[in-house]
Design a protein around this ligand. Structure first.
Ligand code: IVH
Length: 751
């Protein structure tokens, strides 16, 4: 091929390279060697260098570039990025299909309508005892009965055939990676953002551009032009081999490796320098759509077909199924294959294929009702317990950590597990030298499930709990529950250096002061160098720039970023400071309640313990009981506590509430108080607390006559008993979800 016009050659090369990207990443069928591909790219680079005026941002040469970022911009999502309801059993999967069927089957919706019509017909005669009314009611009763029988018959038959609906179910592997939203405008990749809190995410476009599987420009054609706006959602992940390569390089460089491919992916996406991202070969597979303008798809399958044509990869393993029975077969098949896949699959996502049906089902506040994830059970492995160390936490809590013979489980090599507390060690009768069965579910820290007593060597001594702090040799105190089981052990030395390190890590972390550039490793490095001995020292670091720069791997830029991060954190507000101080019993919820009520640290310092435990917010108990009140009061009046506050004040850290955030969530729980207790399956207690508060309600840690609802998980103990005595409404986890949904149905479903 000879070219006289460089523009023409450049265009041809770009098309050629994009075509090979597509063959490689979408079709998994490359037609040239890596070397040939590199030659094309080199020629293009050369031409672009000779003719810089012809360079465009969507050129395949422009994946890496630009200055490292200072931080990520937060961007709103055009459509919320929800998560998916999970289940671990086939029973629930079937129930999900039944719910879909009930909402979609025309015969059942007809019956629903008829039942509603009967209700309506009877409304005017409610309570009337005349003959005519009575006979009308009798007629209604019979009709209802007939309709119910009919509905039951339909459901029984449907259960038998696996709830076939008019469209199909679509099942595809659930990839354990990081969700991303890719926004194409007129075919060009304009924005890539992480899920974040579901409504806002981080702009990681620069990093995403380095991923070759993601086209910078859609391969639009006359037959299938690119829509005005196309948001593709999918998963960014690291294939296991690449993950292992990266971790090996980390180990070789003496760095702490990532715990699993998912963490490595998340860590990579958070790199500020896209050059570093380009070195790790991240992958992408699409699994859904966000905002789409200028084109309509009627099914997910059609959407995937269009993506394939545009050069956007999706899972080749997605399959349509007629019934939930077929889905289940597929789940079993995937399970048998999944360890042969190049990447981690932790379950199967099942969705309705037809978009109109999805709309009909709508979403709850957190999940779409048209989609469910079946998760494979946690993998177990057998290994030997070698050692138990007691780690000191920020409140002085001593937590036993097991070191075991390394064992491969669920895609990674595991060597450590938490043993929770001494009571648990006794309950499971765990001894050093035991053969133990461990379990790992996703990113959750491995657990020791049980000991294989048959394998126990004779005369293995029981484990002894520490009588002194393993770090500072300070006094240790144990805590027990009502049954006498030990639930925690604390180092009582307020000056314990290990506690201080943990407190500093907590103070600087996300959710508390959120100091950019001050992660765990930096805190430890600073503490080891003697630069941090108190919270106040953090805000003195700018006076010690020289010493900062003398630290290992601390350049000018990194030091400046750190100092800027510290400066910015000063304005987080009183609640974040209170939560960051790591005072026992003061988590984010309590900190928010205190900050909101007292407004400034000064008012809080002046409050008596009685006032703290008895103040009311909007005419209701705050939920702060004597234990919390004693803890915060004690801290604020202790010499150490006073000193910390003084230091923070001197450093100009904001010790008053920051501006309230504007609320646009419907305040459906206004005036209602919730208590959450027991072991929850689907979400954490903090998540429920946050949802209650977002919706205008209050949360409390103890049940009283002012409690409106108790959300009770498994093994809810004394709070459940008390709630029942007081006649407080008790909700199971799913009833709580229903309550949340019911209030929101109207506005959550798209019109
Ligand atoms: S569909 C409304 N399909 O799993 C969300 N998600 O645990 C619809 N995920 O946030 C998402 N593989 O990032 C879908 N094949 C798949 C998936 C998948 C992984 C992720 C996704 C989601 C998370 C929920």
């Amino acid at each position: 091929m000879t070219h006289t016009d460089p523009q023409q050659e450049i265009d041809q090369l770009r098309d050629e390279i994009r075509k090979h990207d597509r063959r490689y990443y979408v079709d998994a069928a490359p037609t040239i060697t890596d070397q040939e591909y590199d030659e094309l790219l080199d020629r293009l680079k050369q031409l672009e260098a000779e003719h810089p005026e012809l360079l465009t941002t969507d050129s395949p040469t422009q994946r890496v570039g630009g200055e490292p970022l200072e931080g990520f911009r937060t961007v709103p999502h055009a459509r919320p990025m929800l998560s998916i309801d999970n289940t671990y059993d086939v029973e629930n999967l079937s129930k999900w299909a039944q719910r879909c069927f009930e909402a979609l089957d025309p015969r059942l919706t007809e019956i629903e309508a008829e039942l509603a019509a009967i209700d309506q017909r009877e409304a005017p005669i409610k309570g009337k005892r005349d003959k005519e009314s009575q006979s009308l009611r009798k007629q209604g009763k019979e009709q209802r009965e007939t309709l119910r029988v009919k509905a039951d018959e339909i459901l029984v038959a449907a259960a038998k055939c696996g709830y076939t609906i008019e469209g199909d179910y679509l099942a595809e592997p659930k990839i354990d990676g990081v969700a991303i939203n890719l926004r194409y405008e007129n075919g060009l990749l304009m924005l890539a953002s992480t899920r974040g809190d579901g409504t806002h995410g981080d702009d990681v476009t620069q990093n995403i551009r380095t991923i070759h599987a993601i086209p910078l420009r859609l391969a639009a054609t006359a037959a299938l032009p690119a829509p005005e706006v196309l948001e593709v959602r999918g998963e960014i992940f690291l294939p296991n081999a690449e993950f292992q390569r990266i971790n090996q390089a980390f180990l070789d460089a003496g760095k702490e490796p990532f715990a699993n491919p998912r963490n490595a992916t998340a860590g990579t996406l958070k790199q500020l320098d896209s050059m570093a991202v380009a070195e790790r070969r991240l992958q992408f597979l699409a699994h859904g759509q966000g905002e789409v303008v200028g084109m309509e798809f009627d099914t997910h399958t059609r959407f995937l077909e269009a993506l394939a044509a545009w050069g956007v990869p999706a899972s080749p393993l997605a399959k349509l199924c007629r019934s939930i029975h077929e889905v289940w077969k597929l789940i079993e098949q995937f399970d048998a294959q999944r360890d042969q896949l190049a990447y981690d699959v932790d379950g199967v996502v099942v969705k309705l294929d037809r978009f109109d049906q999805r709309e009909q089902l709508g979403t709850t506040s957190r999940f779409p009702r048209w989609c469910i994830a079946y998760k494979y059970p946690a993998e177990q492995a057998v290994t030997k317990l070698l050692q138990v160390d007691w780690q000191v936490g920020k409140t002085g809590k001593l937590t036993p950590r097991a070191t075991m013979e390394p064992v491969f489980v669920a895609g990674t090599t595991v060597q450590h597990a938490t043993l929770h507390n001494y009571g648990e060690i006794l309950r499971k009768d765990i001894r050093i030298g035991d053969t133990v069965i461990i379990e790992k579910a996703g990113e959750i820290i491995p657990q020791v499930v049980r000991v294989d007593l048959d394998q126990r060597p004779a005369n293995l001594p029981p484990l002894e709990p520490p009588e002194k702090c393993p770090d500072c040799a300070g006094e240790v105190e144990a805590e027990q529950d009502d049954t006498g089981k030990e639930t925690a052990r604390y180092c009582m030395n307020p000056e314990c250096p290990a506690q201080l390190r943990e407190r500093l890590i907590h103070f600087a972390a996300r959710g508390q002061m959120d100091i950019d550039g001050m992660g765990e490793k930096i805190v430890l490095q600073l503490a080891d160098a003697g630069l941090l001995n108190s919270f106040g020292d953090i805000f003195e670091l700018h006076k010690k720039r020289e010493q900062l720069l003398a630290l290992d791997r601390m350049g000018e830029k990194k030091a400046d970023n750190l100092l800027a991060g510290i400066e910015a954190a000063k304005a987080r507000g009183l609640d974040r400071v209170l939560c960051g101080l790591g005072i026992r019993h003061i988590g984010s919820t309590v900190a928010r309640i205190l900050a909101k009520h007292y407004g400034t640290i000064k008012t809080l310092q002046e409050a008596t313990r009685e006032d703290i435990q008895s103040f009311q917010t909007d005419g209701q108990e705050s939920g702060i009981g004597p234990e919390i009140a004693t803890s915060i009061h004690h801290f604020l009046h202790s010499p150490a506590g006073k000193h910390v506050i003084e230091e923070l004040r001197a450093a100009n850290v904001t010790l008053a509430v920051s501006q309230p955030i504007e609320q646009n969530t419907p305040q459906i729980f206004a005036g209602k108080t919730f208590v959450v207790t027991g072991k929850l399956e689907k979400c954490t207690r903090d998540e429920i607390h946050a949802l209650v508060e977002q919706h205008g309600g209050k949360t409390s840690s103890s049940v009283s006559k002012n409690t409106d609802y108790l959300v009770a998980g498994q093994k809810a103990g004394s709070k459940l008993v008390k709630a029942e005595q007081l006649g407080v409404r008790v909700l199971s986890e799913s009833q709580w979800e229903e309550l949340l949904d019911r209030h929101e149905v109207g506005q959550e479903k798209r019109p």
